[in-house]
Design a protein around this ligand. Structure first.
Ligand SMILES: *[C@@H]1O[C@H](CO)[C@@H](O)[C@H](O)[C@H]1NC(C)=O
Ligand SMILES: *[C@@H]1O[C@H](CO)[C@@H](O)[C@H](O)[C@H]1NC(C)=O
Length: 355
């Protein structure tokens, strides 16, 4: 066989087993070529990698929702990269691979727990938002949560139907998590924790109407939390995630693995907490097997004592310092009326990078 064919076949086999081992390869829908062609070309469900039959059926039946599903995973990844920006593992994705996080998320670690939670929350969030924007005939505004209006305001605008978004996320993102193994139980738990974070933080959003913003009339609707808030909440849950152990039970359908809290002294995790059962590598050195990129050449913060500080981020290897010139706007003057003119100045910064 031709060497490149062999490589291709090997790649497919690898991504096939990977799809079963850890995380969904349909997440690749959120990156690269597939994503950029979503707006311009009709989506072909059969061309999305790694879908199980239930997902393929969902895709074909609800094709108009699929762009929001992809958008949701993209939102989740962007939020992950924001939350982990100063950490050793910073949620890097690999554009030209179907397994977009590489092998890192194959293990049942805290990082895997976080990414599953934020991705399934992202799907629920993006679907809900696009429904409220009226982009699909399958869904729209929420009309059951109304209740009586409050003091000084009335219902108006479009209440976001988060229950629908959550339902879609549960149907689609959890479709492959029905195996009787521990990893499936973990993924399902963390997916649900991610979605619940949205439901728990639905709130009233209001707008004033009236002469020059006088708020004579105020209309309010139910709204989802900002996705940044969802990311902050899930990052806290990552920090306090519960370590579990795997237990095997014999049931009528065969062996089933379930998870139990490892430390009986601690409060057991609720359905809102993140759970994991394998320890993370330290991500200090590059390692093809664990998928760690190492922290060499990463920019570190010389004044921070946290994980983004040069000591911890560089794993004690030390750092290099160079100066960098950046052009910035300066000496800005306000001219009556109404514009601002600025000059361009060169400022010099110290940049510290890990050895
Ligand atoms: C994240 O880590 C990768 C690999 O170490 C690095 O190339 C990239 O610049 C980092 N991204 C940020 C935003 O620090
Ligand atoms: C570096 O860390 C300090 C202390 O934690 C913080 O105030 C500062 O904003 C950080 N700088 C950057 C560029 O993140």
């Amino acid at each position: 066989m031709e060497p490149h064919l062999l490589r291709l076949l090997f790649g497919l086999l690898l991504s096939g087993t990977r799809a079963l081992a850890g995380y969904p390869i349909w997440w690749s829908l959120a990156l690269g070529q597939q994503y950029t062609s979503l707006g311009s070309q009709p989506l072909l469900c059969g061309s999305i990698p790694g879908l199980v039959p239930k997902q393929l059926r969902f895709c074909r039946n609800y094709i108009e929702i699929m762009p929001s599903v992809a958008e949701g995973v993209k939102l989740g990844i962007q939020e992950c990269q924001h939350q982990f920006r100063g950490r050793r593992w910073n949620c890097t994705t690999i554009d030209d691979s179907l397994a977009i996080f590489g092998p890192v998320l194959d293990k049942a670690t805290r990082e895997s727990a976080f990414v599953h939670a934020i991705a399934s929350a992202g799907v629920a969030f993006a679907v809900t938002r696009s429904c409220a924007e009226g982009t699909s005939t399958l869904c729209g505004c929420d009309s059951h949560h109304k209740g009586p209006p409050g003091e000084g305001w009335k219902w108006g605008g479009c209440s976001e139907d988060a229950d629908f978004g959550v339902l879609v996320s549960r149907e689609f993102a959890d479709a492959r998590e029905n195996r009787p193994d521990a990893r499936s139980a973990m993924n399902k738990h963390n997916n649900e924790a991610g979605r619940t974070t949205i439901l728990d933080h639905m709130h009233l959003k209001c707008k004033c109407h009236g002469l020059s913003g006088s708020c004579e009339v105020k209309t309010c609707w139910w709204a989802q939390p900002d996705f940044r808030a969802v990311g902050d909440l899930l990052k806290d849950k990552y920090d306090s995630a519960s370590e579990m152990v795997v237990e095997k039970h014999r049931e009528s359908r065969g062996w089933v693995e379930t998870l139990r809290a490892k430390y009986a002294l601690f409060k057991p995790p609720t359905e809102r907490d993140l759970v994991y059962y394998e320890n993370s590598p330290n991500f200090c050195e590059p390692n093809a097997e664990t998928g760690s990129f190492g922290t060499r050449d990463r920019t570190c913060n010389i004044t921070s004592h946290g994980i983004d500080g040069c000591d911890l981020l560089c794993c004690g290897r030390g750092h290099n310092t160079r100066t960098e010139q950046r052009k910035e706007k300066c000496h800005c003057v306000f001219h009556w009326c109404c514009y601002v003119s600025c000059q361009e100045c060169i400022r010099i910064y110290d940049v510290h990078t890990c050895k």
